[in-house]
Design a binder for this molecule. Structure first.
Ligand code: SAM
Ligand code: SF4
Length: 325
């Protein structure tokens, strides 16, 4: 559907858990999450129900995220059910990769259309320092399994932080030289624990890449389902380089997404706390038409732009692992 600023909203990111098997310093505290009761998390039936309503409103792409989505049982059954919904063209997944090689075969059988693997470093020591877990080999194994299986739509997400992994740019870019992947640099957004760190701005990453690999040629991405990433190619590279620079290059005028938290709160903008308590609606006596109208109104009123760079009384206090990135 079209919101009040004439943006076509077609993409929903659905978080299915707040739990995680890593403790990335910029996302989660050492002690992990605040406990929530399992009954506060949307069931798969509820997620499928909401997605059917989303699809009636023009949502075409679903991304499952978390927390770590592969920690939730029977995720492949959920993916298969979402793929079956009329109007849903793509179901994709964002994962930290710890459990990915174990589940990849089943994910492929369930019809997954794309996998985003978060990988901020190619150095085992930096990985342990950043994630507080000594599990680098698991993530690399998953990356290799994706490549070996010729999985088609692989994106690697990297968040660079000054003083931690800011020297990893070239090694990460090299992944796209030799592999059919998109490596995407995501600017650190000031949410939760991330406020204690300084992210590397896109312009700095861009400069380092061009100094070392030559000109980056923009790719005209006509397909809006890709969302706000800007993609580039480099001569002789098999893969592509992408940037999601929410701070340096505000892309809100092209934003096509909404977010649903694991606890069933519909967020039209990452930055703001405003939205819709869908869990409450789903568990009340509301019929589908009432739920659809409430979602429609929430999407219509999606804020014009984020205010991450300003003091903002309406900002969301949720952490990134609660929202799903
Ligand atoms: N656990 C999964 C993973 O790490 O891929 C999915 C959830 S995680 C919240 C999704 C993405 O958000 C990851 O790529 C992570 O690096 C990114 N992320 C987390 N906190 C962030 C922040 N403050 N700014 C930008 N990206 C962030
Ligand atoms: Fe877990 Fe992903 Fe957050 Fe890291 S970024 S702590 S893997 S939810």
């Amino acid at each position: 559907m079209i919101d009040r600023f004439n943006r076509k909203i077609e993409y929903a990111r659905i978080s299915i858990t707040v739990r995680c098997n890593l403790r990335c310093r910029y996302c989660m505290s050492e002690n992990g999450i605040e406990k929530i009761s399992p009954k506060d998390v949307l069931t798969y039936e509820e997620i499928i129900h909401v997605t059917k309503i989303f699809s009636q409103l023009g949502i075409k792409k679903i991304r499952l995220t978390g927390g770590e989505p592969l920690l939730r049982k029977n995720i492949c059954e959920l993916i298969a059910a979402l793929k079956n919904i009329n109007g849903i063209d793509q179901v994709t997944l964002t994962t930290n990769g710890i459990l990915l090689s174990k589940y990849l075969e089943n994910l492929i059988s369930s019809g997954i259309d794309g996998i985003n693997l978060s990988l901020d470093t190619l150095d085992a020591k930096i990985f342990s320092e950043l994630t507080r877990r000594d599990l680098f080999s698991k993530v690399i194994e998953s990356f290799q399994t994706l490549i070996d299986k010729n999985f088609l739509n692989i994106k690697i997400n990297s968040v660079l932080i000054h003083g931690i992994n800011d020297r990893e740019i070239l090694k990460l870019v090299e992944l796209a030289k030799n592999n059919p992947i998109k490596i995407r640099f995501i600017e650190l957004m000031p949410i939760g624990c991330a406020e204690n760190f300084i992210g590397v701005p896109t312009s700095e990453i861009f400069k380092v890449i061009e100094e070392n690999f030559g000109n980056m040629i923009p790719i005209d991405e006509k397909d809006q389902l890709h969302g706000p990433a800007r993609y580039f190619k480099i001569e002789n590279f098999i893969g592509q380089i992408g940037f999601i620079d929410a701070l340096e290059h505000k892309f809100c005028s092209n934003c096509n997404r909404i977010r649903l938290t694991a606890e069933g709160f519909l967020k039209p903008c990452l930055n703001f706390g405003i939205g819709l308590d869908l869990r409450n609606l789903l568990r009340s006596n509301c019929d589908d038409q009432m739920i659809l109208s409430a979602i429609q109104q929430t999407i219509y009123n999606k804020p014009r732009e984020h205010l991450f760079n300003e003091i903002n009384d309406l900002r969301d206090e949720r952490k990134m692992y609660q929202v799903g990135g």
